[in-house]
Design a protein around this ligand. Sequence first.
Ligand SMILES: C[S@@+](CC[C@H](N)C(=O)[O-])C[C@H]1O[C@@H](n2cnc3c(N)ncnc32)[C@H](O)[C@@H]1O
Length: 294
Amino acid sequence: MKTNGRRGVPSSTHASSTGQALTEAGWLDVHFEACRPEYEAMLSSVGIEPGWHVLDAGCGSGSYLPLLTELVGSSGRVAALDLASDNIAIVEKRLSGWDLPCPVEARTASLESLPYPDDTFDAVWCANTTLHFGNEELPSVLAELRRVVRSGGLVAVKDLDTNLLRFYPADPFLIFHLSESGLCAERETAESIGSLRGRELRRWLERSGLTEVWQRTTLIERWAPLRAVERQLFGDWLGYLADLAEERGVPEADLETWRAVRDPAAPEYLPDHPEFYACEGQVVAVGRVPGGGG
Ligand SMILES: C[S@@+](CC[C@H](N)C(=O)[O-])C[C@H]1O[C@@H](n2cnc3c(N)ncnc32)[C@H](O)[C@@H]1O
């Protein structure tokens, strides 16, 4: 078993074949199921219409595909793309078992160089994927998303804002110290910037030349007693964050707390606390490609 080298604790990075943290299908599935009502409401709010051809850019394990195909209906089409070939293999397997209202074509490729001609799609949905890019790379990624959407079509981006993460009754400063240590230690690391950039997405989309841009933030809140899938999500989150805290060198008092609250065998294990509360903030920003009739 892969460990982080400390106390034999299992690795909690949930990486796919690309090595990127939190991109592995098991983690993505748990996250989606635990947050399904809010996630589906976010996608439904974008304005995707029946008959459209839509790209799910950074589709992960494909959790959004059933709803995307419902939104475009039997006269629409969906394309799913991801950098991780193991995620695309899972999507293809799921597609062969699902009975969806319209065709879905999946492929492995990068957002940095989309394998589609200009104006291929009516809309792009890009969930929790632009956060893998640093500030210097993001403009060209947004330009690429915009390139493949026709005039009048929509570019929709959803990202996590880790500043909105909270776990109670733990000390809220655990998260603040972790964010701060990430920015100090890894200022140039794409993920440390990207996961704190969510609430700036509107401005990034405006700067990329999209029009009629709007942004909405959703706070996803869960309280004890947790459903099994929620208990797993927050247990996974705590393991991941506790390992980050070890790597980044937060104050020793924080480390002791992280070690206790992430350990299912410890009495302090947070997801089992009767007054447990957790929330995460997700931001959706949507803009229109200029030049069309809408
Ligand atoms: C956090 S996951 C989100 C997956 C899915 N959109 C969801 O919300 O469940 C990010 C996904 O983006 C993919 N990804 C990362 N960098 C990418 C790139 N340059 N091009 C395409 N996909 C990328 C990862 O492989 C991963 O599947």
